[in-house]
Design a protein around this ligand. Structure first.
Ligand code: FES
Length: 308
């Protein structure tokens, strides 16, 4: 979709909130709490941004973008070039990080700009009357994206702010032992994500959820070639070590959706059977990995049959 920027707010010295609207239509594909959109940059590269506005409002999307001077350039371009009336190429929302329906309690743990999905998720939980708490870790109070929005949504008991400059630290160990019906969601810097992963290692995996927007690929991984059978045709394609399954499929004329090509957006997901897959994505749950894989980064040992 080509969406128009109708409002820009400097939320903190480094974070801008962009409001996007369809120039002709009153409604957009409905957002849901935890969803993100892909934004296409002028160089064709794609960036994912969580929707941080009210998930029950389908007239606009809102994204919060932290300017990363040392990043890959997307946030710099958005900060420096986008103004009121600019048109951005934006995908429909995709949700790899949904609020679990029927949970007794949600614990949202966000660090810095990783708080963005929780602005929408806390609002959805509040609207549904569900129990939740937001653990929000920031360096300083002046650099806490979406704090005003969260303070409006949450009661004092529901929002716990941890300010690093004041010596306050969220202790992941405080999560404690597994509690049936409680779901934990985490998004933020890798130090926070790793601490929460470790602290919840004895929790059932379907009660712990992570949202990751940067590739988490192991640089020491040595890719091996493998054979890929196309379930619908029986055709067997060789995936060499220096190409992805996605590259090979495209090279043979198959049309496969993709976006980030880093294993973080989920758009190249497909089914598989008859093989051992080396999962290298940051999206699929343990359960989903039994029969789903992401073609842009995941590979197979020896051979696999793919169905897309
Ligand atoms: S293209 Fe984004 S996960 Fe494969």
């Amino acid at each position: 979709m080509k969406l128009m920027v109708t409002n820009i707010v400097s939320d903190t010295p480094t974070v801008k909130i962009f409001t996007l609207k369809h120039p002709l239509r009153d409604t957009l594909p409905p957002p849901s709490a935890g969803a993100h959109v892909d934004v296409r940059l002028p160089d064709g590269k794609i960036r994912q941004y969580s929707l941080c506005g009210d998930p029950s409002d389908d007239s606009i999307y809102q994204i919060a973008v932290r300017r990363e001077d040392d990043g890959r350039g997307g946030s710099r371009w958005l900060h420096d070039n986008v103004e009121l009336g600019s048109i951005l190429h934006v995908s429909a929302p995709r949700n790899n990080f949904p609020l679990v329906a029927g949970a007794d309690r949600h614990i949202f743990i966000g660090g810095g700009i990783g708080i963005t999905p929780f602005a929408a998720m806390a609002r959805a939980a509040q609207q549904a009357g569900e129990e939740f708490i937001v653990e929000y870790c920031v360096r300083s109070k002046g650099d806490a994206p979406l704090l005003p929005a969260l303070s409006t949504t949450c009661s004092e008991q529901q929002l716990q702010l941890w300010v690093g400059d004041l010596g306050e630290r969220f202790r992941a160990a405080s999560i404690g032992a597994p509690v049936a019906g409680t779901h934990i969601y985490c998004c933020g810097p890798s130090s926070l994500v790793n601490a929460v992963r470790e602290a919840t290692s004895d929790w059932p995996q379907d009660q712990v959820h992570f949202e990751v927007f940067a590739a988490t690929l192991d640089e020491n991984f040595k890719p091996e070639p493998f054979d890929m059978t196309i379930a619908s045709t029986g055709e067997v394609l060789r995936v060499p070590a220096d190409k992805s399954a996605l590259d090979v499929l495209r090279g043979r004329g198959f049309i496969v959706q993709s976006s980030c090509e880093l294993g973080v957006c989920g758009s190249c997901e497909c089914g598989y059977s008859d093989g051992t897959v080396i999962h290298r994505d940051a999206v699929l749950s343990v359960a989903a990995r039994q029969d789903r894989m992401l073609l842009c980064v995941s590979r197979a040992r020896v051979a696999v049959t793919v169905d897309f």
